[in-house]
Design a protein around this ligand. Structure first.
Ligand SMILES: [Zn+2]
Length: 318
């Protein structure tokens, strides 16, 4: 069953709109890349096409086809690969199609992705069909920022705002979306992507979170037992990879916090580490890493913030 995990306000707004069994003919979902606009569009399409009692039921053939993206009456339009603008020709094609009757559904749903990438002429072309839509047509516009849409378009759509989840909410969402990845990898992907679920999913494809996990383990060991040079050598691999660094550092911070806690645990403590590091030292080191995470998020020069972090962590662990 499709569900907007962390956009409860938007879910409620959508449910409200569908009271009476009929969605407005044009909805606009607004929010940053990766906040779940496409998922929201699929849910809205289910509201529009579902044949169940409680819409969307998620189990009728209409709902299932929407979820699998095989419904003949659900059409997606987006910026073609390699292009930056949403071409006006595509809007004209959509307009022609919109007059064709549905195949099997009660209506036809047109999802218009990256609507913000339309120039004024393309938006005006779209306006014509949204102003006087065929009775069976529903339009779902997805855009990153409504200020990029013409006021005339905005006056014809019902706008719903979507928000990015927090890093923690993103990690929780990944647990159900990517159970095959380890919790550490999911945490790394969520941190690296700053909570953006779409971005975190593509990060998991790259193998970066697995590398972040391995590097964090090595760094933790080296910061405790080695000199300053060896941790800096590993960190040099992140000089041009802020996203990778943001994926890795929270894991490192978690490891130091874990060391502090493990002092009081009856089982599972690493004696070698516990004999070398006190809980207070481990917490100080975790704070040094936390400061670096904040700086990494604020565009501070990476080699500099890594050098500072190593220095502070080594002092804490001295
Ligand atoms: Zn259904």
């Amino acid at each position: 069953m499709l569900k907007l995990l962390y956009n409860k306000k938007a879910s409620a707004a959508l449910a409200n709109l569908s009271v009476g069994g009929r969605l407005p003919h044009a909805i606009l979902f607004e929010g940053p890349q990766g906040c779940g606009k496409k998922l929201a569009a699929d849910i809205a399409a289910q509201y529009a096409l579902c044949e169940g009692e409680q819409k969307p039921c998620g189990v009728c053939s209409q709902c299932v086809k929407v979820e699998r993206h095989t419904h003949p009456d659900l059409r997606y339009f987006t910026v073609p690969a390699g292009k930056k603008e949403f071409p006006i020709d595509l809007v004209r094609q959509l307009r022609q199609e919109a007059y064709i009757a549905p195949n099997e559904g009660c209506c036809k749903v047109y999802v218009i992705d990256q609507a913000h990438a339309m120039n004024a002429s393309a938006q005006n072309a779209l306006l014509k069909i949204i102003e006087e839509p065929p009775a069976h047509a529903r339009f779902i516009l997805l855009c990153e920022n409504r200020s990029m849409m013409l006021p005339t378009i905005l006056s014809r759509v019902t706008a719903i705002e979507l928000e990015l989840p927090t890093v923690e909410q993103c990690a929780q969402a990944l647990a159900s979306l990517r159970p095959q990845n380890s919790p550490e990898e999911r945490q790394a992907a969520a941190s690296g992507a700053g909570g953006n679920i779409g971005r975190a999913l593509s990060l998991l494809e790259t193998g970066k979170p697995a590398r972040a996990m391995a590097d964090a383990k090595k760094l933790c060991e080296l910061l405790i037992f080695a000199d300053r040079y060896q941790p800096l050598e590993i960190l040099a691999g992140y000089d041009k990879d802020r996203e990778g660094l943001l994926a890795m550092l929270p894991l490192l911070k978690g490891m130091f916090a874990q060391i502090a806690v493990s002092h009081y645990a009856k089982t599972g403590r690493d004696e070698r580490v516990c004999n070398r590091v006190t809980p207070a030292q481990a917490l100080d080191a975790a704070q040094a890493v936390e400061a670096a995470v904040r700086q990494a998020g604020q565009n501070v020069n990476i080699p500099l913030l890594c050098a500072l972090m190593v220095e502070r962590a080594k002092q804490a662990l001295h």
